[in-house]
Design a protein around this ligand. Structure first.
Ligand SMILES: Cc1ncc(COP(=O)(O)O)c(C=O)c1O
Length: 223
C-alpha cells in the first residue's frame, strides 16, 4: 500500500472533506479533516482487484454461499488474534455502530442504564439515547496522559438500573490497548454487577506494535 500518495478527495461526496466547511466553517482548501475515522489511502491491490472483478461482472444479486467470507474472518481472527471464533458466532451487521445499537435494543429495555467508560467514541451515546436507554458515565482517569480505569470508584458509583457495559478496546480516543489484566477487570466488573458486556474491537489491527487481546481470550470464563 502506498501511504505517501496524495489522493484528491475533495468534491467526491467525502464526508470528512466535503462536509468540513458546512459543519465547521473550515475550508477544505486549507483544513485537515481529522474528525472522521476514514483513511486517505487505497486498500490492498487484492481488494481492489476483487471489487473490479465483481463490478465488471455487473450483476449485484442476492448473495448466497458466504463460506469464503466466513473462512476469511476465522483465518484472520485465528492468525492475527489467536482466537478460534466459531462459525456460528459470526453475525454480520451494516457497521459496528449498527451492531452495537442492535445489542442495546436486544439485551436491555427502555429506561435501563448502559455504562460507558468516558471519554469514548461518541456514537455509543447516540445509540443508547436513540433506544431510550440511559447513559451511565464512568470516567476514565487520566494518569499523566494515559487513561486508566478505577474499579473501586466504579463499584461505588454504579446505579442499580445498569444492565450493560460497552467497552471500546482498543480505546478511542485514548489510544489505550487494554492489558489482559485490565480486560479481566472489566469482565469481572460486568459479572459482579450482572451487566451484559459488549466489546467494540473495531480498531484491533491498529495497534502500533502493542498486542491487542480479544475479550473472549482475556476472560473466556465469563463467556
Ligand atoms: C470505536 C469505534 N467503533 C465504531 C466505529 C464506526 O464503525 P462503523 O462505521 O462500522 O459503524 C468507529 C469509527 O470511528 C469507532 O472509532
Amino acid at each position: 500500500m502506498n501511504f505517501d500518495e496524495n489522493i484528491e478527495r475533495r468534491n467526491t461526496h467525502s464526508s470528512k472533506w466535503d462536509m468540513m466547511e458546512p459543519l465547521y466553517g473550515v475550508s477544505a482548501e486549507d483544513g485537515i479533516p481529522m474528525w472522521v475515522a476514514d483513511m486517505d489511502f487505497r486498500p490492498p491491490q487484492s481488494v481492489q482487484d476483487k471489487l473490479n472483478e465483481v463490478n465488471h461482472h455487473g450483476v449485484y444479486g442476492y448473495f448466497g454461499n458466504d463460506s469464503l467470507y466466513l473462512d476469511a474472518i476465522q483465518w484472520w481472527m485465528k492468525n492475527r488474534h489467536g482466537w478460534d471464533v466459531p462459525r456460528g458466532g459470526i453475525f454480520t451487521t451494516h457497521g459496528l455502530v449498527n451492531g452495537t445499537a442492535m445489542c442495546v435494543d436486544t439485551f436491555t429495555a427502555p429506561g435501563d442504564g448502559v455504562v460507558l467508560f468516558t471519554p469514548v467514541y461518541h456514537a455509543f451515546a447516540k445509540v443508547i439515547r436513540a433506544n431510550d436507554r440511559e447513559i451511565i458515565e464512568l470516567p476514565l482517569v487520566n494518569h499523566n496522559g494515559r487513561y486508566e480505569m478505577d474499579f473501586n470508584a466504579y463499584d461505588e458509583a454504579l446505579p442499580a438500573h445498569a444492565r450493560m457495559v460497552i467497552l471500546c478496546s482498543p480505546h478511542n480516543p485514548g489510544g489505550r490497548i487494554w492489558s489482559i489484566a485490565e480486560l479481566k477487570q472489566v469482565a469481572a466488573f460486568a459479572e459482579k454487577h450482572n451487566l451484559i458486556l459488549i466489546s467494540d474491537e473495531i480498531h484491533h489491527d491498529i495497534t502500533f506494535g502493542t498486542k491487542h487481546t480479544v475479550m473472549q481470550n482475556a476472560a473466556p470464563e465469563t463467556d
